[in-house]
Design a protein around this ligand. Structure first.
Ligand SMILES: C[S@@+](CC[C@H](N)C(=O)[O-])C[C@H]1O[C@@H](n2cnc3c(N)ncnc32)[C@H](O)[C@@H]1O
Length: 186
């Protein structure tokens, strides 16, 4: 974190958000064999969720629009001796990426255009494979844009479940919603 403070363009990517702790805990609680062999994270920032996926043995691709965030994520993977992690630049309005059966996104829906961009990427462009799962986390205080996105997917036939979590973070209790959306089989 001290290294990040010296960067010229600190941004949303340059801290670890409590949502990524909630998502990481969700992943760590899953039973052995219930997760696929590989996963992709959208908007990974410095990559705590990707580190958790790699720690669990998944081949993990962390993606973000900020190259410097990806550099820090790679450094984190090296420092933690995590193999199986790679980082790629993916701006949702530009790229498609390689289809995956587990797509994870922690606290990435906060700009007005995000639901539309993510729907196009995940559903229309097919970044999530048929039958695949999308794991989404969002602070409970900020669910409006997330709800728009989740509703769109439900209309498209996605199964949906939701759980509430609390993360003690920087002296406060943060309420986080964790959503799992499963794409229908083709
Ligand atoms: C609030 S940070 C969350 C970082 C990390 N996932 C966490 O929970 O700690 C949001 C991240 O989403 C990325 N992001 C936002 N909009 C994006 C877009 N349109 N395409 C790619 N990445 C995006 C930002 O660069 C940033 O790293």
């Amino acid at each position: 974190m001290f290294e990040v403070l010296g960067q010229p363009r600190p941004n949303h990517w340059s801290r670890v958000w409590p949502t990524s702790v909630a998502i990481s805990r969700w992943l760590l609680e899953q039973t052995a064999g219930s997760l696929p062999l590989s996963a992709t994270e959208l908007g990974c920032g410095m990559g705590l969720v990707s580190m958790t996926l790699a720690h669990l043995g998944l081949i993990t691709e962390g993606t973000d629009r900020e190259p410097i965030a990806l550099a820090f994520a790679l450094k984190n993977a090296l420092r933690n001796n995590l193999v199986g992690f790679s980082a790629s630049r993916l701006e949702w309005s530009e790229g498609v990426g390689v289809p995956t059966s587990l797509l994870v996104a922690s606290d990435v829906i906060y700009e007005a255009g995000a639901p539309e961009l993510l729907f196009t990427l995940v559903e229309t462009a097919g970044l999530l494979s048929p039958g695949g799962r999308l794991l989404l986390g969002v602070p409970h205080a900020r669910t409006e844009l997330l709800d728009t996105f989740v509703n769109q997917l439900q209309v498209g036939g996605y199964a949906h479940s939701e759980g509430a979590r609390v993360v003690a973070w920087e002296g406060r209790d943060e309420a986080i919603d964790v959503h799992v959306l499963t794409r229908p089989e083709a």
